[in-house]
Write a protein that binds this ligand. Structure first.
Ligand code: HSE
Length: 294
């Protein structure tokens, strides 16, 4: 039996569209067990208990690369899920499923693929690297895809805390990508390139003034906010309560803040009470380890 624990992730961090990602201390754990026959799921809604399940799909794809064809061999597998990352909210739940399945297969089937090789398989399944990289390596990452995938890790100050506002509605990443323009202006490109570079140093130093200036974006958030009900109201409340930076987590709809104020969450709970949607508020830290296999 193997247990794979994968952190939630927040991608983009404002200006670093499709590049930056950060692991958070909110986790899904997937347990993989060999059984006599069949495929058994536990701990997930019935609609996910089938071969389309992304954890299973990722497990099966990796198993195939390890020379084991699950369908032909009628392999017996039980997958038990203990999930805390909300689904379709921009917190990396699909990357967690993929990383869980890929690393679970390698561990259970005693494959000898390295962490970097498993990372590449997971990125291939996900299609973009910015959530997968922090889910695998932990911390703050930047990744590029060019004839393969490259990822580097940056340090992030312990002073930095995150406060996520997770609404009771979903948005689709597909829709949130479709809404983006195919051409951006030179001015907007410079806006984001300069801020991404400065933001990385600001996060490393825990320099909140520099974070406020650099964690801004002109490439995606202005278009995507139209898909997030009450975006403007929530932004106003967060800034009034002293958020150092406010941004869409991944493709949304979760709205993220950077803060160092322990009272921020209490103030937010009071201020968001009268909004139309229900916003679940979570105070989070960076996860530094990434995927853990036991
Ligand atoms: N970088 C991606 C996007 C993350 O913003 O569309 C979505 O998972």
């Amino acid at each position: 039996m193997v247990k794979v624990t994968v952190p939630a992730t927040t991608a983009n961090l404002g200006p670093g569209f499709d590049t930056l990602g950060l692991a958070l201390n909110l986790y899904n754990t997937y347990t993989f067990e060999e059984i006599n026959e069949g495929l058994v799921f536990e701990g997930c809604p019935d609609k996910y208990k089938n071969i389309e399940n992304l954890v299973y799909q990722s497990f099966a794809k990796t198993a195939k690369l390890l020379g084991k064809n699950l369908e032909k061999n009628s392999y017996g597998l039980k997958i038990t899920m203990d999930t805390h990352i909300p689904v379709s909210r921009g917190l990396g739940s699909s990357s967690a499923c993929i990383v869980g399945g890929v690393f679970g297969a390698n561990a259970l089937l005693k494959g000898n693929l390295s962490k970097d090789e498993l990372f590449k398989i997971a990125v291939e399944i996900e299609g973009h690297p910015d959530n997968v990289a922090p889910a695998v390596y932990g911390g703050l990452t930047a990744a590029i895809v060019e004839n393969g995938v490259y990822s580097v890790k940056y340090s992030i100050s312990d002073k930095i805390k995150f406060c996520a506002l997770i609404p009771d509605f979903e948005t689709s990443t597909h829709e949130a990508r479709k809404i983006l323009p195919s051409i951006v202006s030179f001015k907007d490109a410079i806006f984001n390139v300069s801020r991404t570079a400065v933001l990385l140093k600001a996060l490393e130093e825990g320099n909140f003034e520099l974070i406020s200036v650099s964690l801004k974006d002109m490439l995606h958030q202005q278009y995507r906010k139209t898909l997030i009900s009450e975006y403007d109201e929530v932004k106003k409340i967060c800034l009034e309560n002293g958020s150092h930076a406010f941004f869409i987590s991944g493709s949304g709809p979760t709205l993220m803040n950077i803060t160092n104020d322990p009272d921020f969450i209490k103030n937010m709970e009071n201020s968001t009470r009268y909004l139309k949607n229900k916003w679940d508020i979570k105070f989070l830290n960076a996860d530094r380890s990434g995927v853990i296999i036991k």
